[in-house]
Design a protein around this ligand. Structure first.
Ligand code: EPU
Length: 418
C-alpha cells in the first residue's frame, strides 16, 4: 500500500508544468476507433486511467504504445467488440468506448460501470442517445449488449448536459448515415478537444463549446496526430495548494481561460493572480477570506472536480464558505477526512458549510476518491506536523507524479511505496 507522507507548513514557491488532461485523453482514445488508422497523441499524462484505457484498446485488438508523454494508437487492427468486466471496473469512464465500438463493429458488449464513489452514476442518457441513432440494447443483469447494423443520424436532446453522454453520442454519430444534432450538449473544453481531433480526421463536427453539436457521419481511414489540452483540474489543484500554504507559484502550459471560475474564487479569497498567455501565477500571503456560496455546475460554471480542492483552500480562511454540490450525490467524502485535521465542516445534504479555523493539525487520512484525495494532500500541506495520506491509488488515476510536482514547488512530501 502506497502513502504520501507530508510535512505541512511550507509555503509553495516556483514553477511547474501542467500535464495533459485525463478527461480529454480518454474520449480521444475512444475516438481513435473512428480513425481506423494510426494516431499519435502528444501530452498524454502517465496516469492509471490512461493505462486502463490503453489496456481496453489492446483488448479490442488495437495497438497502444507509450513513449514518454506520447502514446501511439493503431486501431486498424481492431478485432474485438467486447470490453471485459475487469477492465470496465478499473475505470468507470470506460463506458465512453461504447459508441465508437458499436459504430465501428455494429455491436458492442460491455458491463455496466458499477455504483461509484461519487454516488450512483447511471448511463441512461448514453443508452438513450445510442438508441436514437438506431442501436438495440439489451441489459442482461449488468452486462450490456448493443447491436446496430446501421446507425442513422438523429436529433438527440439530452436531459442534462452529461459530458460522457455527449461524447458517446458524438462518437456514435461519426459512424451514422446523415446528420446528428445533439441538443443540451455538455460544453466542457474536453468536448472541444474531441471536436478538434475528429475534425483532423476529416469528420464534420460543429458547435462544441455551445449547447448544440452537429455531426455528419462518414467513413474515414486516416493517420493523424493530436496534442491533448492541458488538464484544467490539475492546474487548479496546484493553485488551491498554493492558496492554502501561501507562497507564489507559476503554472506553465495551461489554458487559463478553462478555469476562470476557480481563479475568480481564489482572487475573491485574497490571492493575487496574473495570467500571461499559457501561464498563470498565484501569490498568497496571510489569512485568506471565506467566499460567497460556491455552486458546482456544468461548464462554464464552477467545476465539481475543483470543489474538494477549493474546500481545502478554505479550511483556514476567515469566515464561513458554503459549497453546494449540484452534479454528484456523494462528493463530500473528503469532508470527514478533513475533519481529522481539525477542520470545521458541517454537511447538510448537498451543502457543506466550511468555517475557517486558525490552524490545522497533521493526521493520518484516507483518499476517498481522486479529487478528494488530492484535496487531502492540500490540507496536509497546510497542517502543522507530518500527515500520511493513504489509498493514493485514487490520486494516481488522475495526477502524473503529484508528489514530484509538489516537491518541485518546495513542499515536503515523499511517496512511500510498499
Ligand atoms: N448522469 C445521468 N445519466 C447519464 C449520465 C450522467 O444521470 O446517463 C448524471 C450523473 O450521475 C451526474 C451528472 O449526470 O450526476 C453529470 O455526469 P456526467 O455524465 O457529466 O459525468 P461523466 O461524464 O461521468 C465527467 C468527468 C468527471 C466529471 C464529470 C462532470 C470524465 C472521464 N469524467 O464524468 O471527472 O466530474 O464529467 O464534470 O470526463 C474526475 O476527473 O475526477 C471526474 C470524476
Amino acid at each position: 500500500m502506497s502513502v504520501l507522507r507530508i510535512t505541512g507548513g511550507r509555503a509553495l514557491r516556483g514553477s511547474v508544468r501542467v500535464h495533459g488532461a485525463k478527461n480529454s485523453v480518454l474520449p480521444i482514445f475512444a475516438a481513435c476507433l473512428v480513425a481506423r488508422g494510426v494516431t499519435v497523441i502528444h501530452n498524454c499524462p502517465n496516469i492509471a486511467d490512461v493505462d486502463a484505457a490503453m489496456q481496453i484498446l489492446i483488448h479490442l485488438g488495437c495497438k497502444a504504445e507509450r513513449d514518454g508523454d506520447t502514446v501511439t494508437v493503431d486501431t486498424s487492427t481492431m478485432t474485438n467488440a467486447e470490453v471485459p468486466h475487469s477492465l470496465m471496473q478499473e475505470m468507470r469512464s470506460s463506458v465512453i468506448f461504447l459508441g465508437s465500438i458499436l459504430g465501428r463493429c455494429g455491436e458492442a458488449s460491455i458491463s455496466t460501470p458499477g455504483g461509484c464513489e461519487l454516488g450512483p452514476r447511471p448511463i441512461d442518457m448514453h443508452l438513450a442517445a445510442l438508441r436514437q441513432l438506431g442501436a438495440e440494447i439489451t441489459d442482461n443483469g449488468g452486462s450490456l449488449v448493443c447491436r446496430a447494423n446501421r446507425l442513422r443520424g438523429a436529433k438527440i436532446t439530452l436531459r442534462s448536459p452529461s459530458v460522457g453522454a455527449t461524447e458517446n453520442a458524438i462518437l456514435a454519430a461519426c459512424f451514422a448515415e446523415g446528420t446528428t444534432v445533439i441538443s443540451n450538449a455538455a460544453r466542457e473544453p474536453e468536448i472541444s478537444d474531441l471536436q478538434r481531433y475528429l475534425r483532423a480526421l476529416g469528420i464534420t463536427v460543429l458547435g462544441a463549446g455551445t449547447p448544440t453539436i452537429v455531426v455528419e457521419g462518414r467513413l474515414v481511414r486516416v493517420d493523424t496526430a493530436h496534442r491533448v489540452i492541458p488538464d484544467r483540474i490539475v492546474a487548479v489543484t496546484y493553485l488551491c495548494a498554493a492558496a492554502a500554504t501561501g507562497g507564489e507559484i507559476t503554472l506553465t502550459d495551461v489554458n487559463p481561460a478553462h478555469f476562470t471560475t476557480v481563479t475568480d474564487a481564489l482572487t475573491n479569497m485574497g490571492c493575487a493572480i496574473t495570467r500571461t498567455g499559457d501561464s498563470v501565477t498565484l501569490s498568497a500571503s496571510g489569512r485568506l477570506y471565506a467566499l460567497e456560496p460556491v455552486m458546482t455546475e456544468p461548464y462554464p460554471g464552477f467545476p465539481t472536480d475543483a470543489q474538494a480542492g477549493l474546500m481545502a483552500a478554505c479550511l483556514r480562511a476567515q469566515g464561513t464558505t458554503s459549497f453546494i454540490e449540484n452534479i454528484f450525490d456523494n462528493r463530500y467524502r473528503h469532508a470527514d477526512e478533513m475533519r481529522r485535521f481539525g477542520a470545521n465542516i458541517k454537511l447538510e445534504g448537498r451543502v457543506a458549510l466550511v468555517t475557517g479555523v486558525k490552524s490545522l493539525k497533521a493526521a493520518p487520512v484516507k483518499s476517498p476518491d481522486l479529487r478528494g484525495g488530492a484535496a487531502l494532500v492540500i490540507a496536509a500541506l497546510s497542517a502543522e506536523g507530518t500527515s500520511e495520506v493513504s489509498d493514493i491509488h485514487h490520486i494516481d488515476r488522475g495526477y502524473d507524479d503529484l508528489a514530484g510536482a509538489l516537491t518541485q514547488l518546495g513542499a515536503e512530501i515523499v511517496r512511500i511505496d510498499s
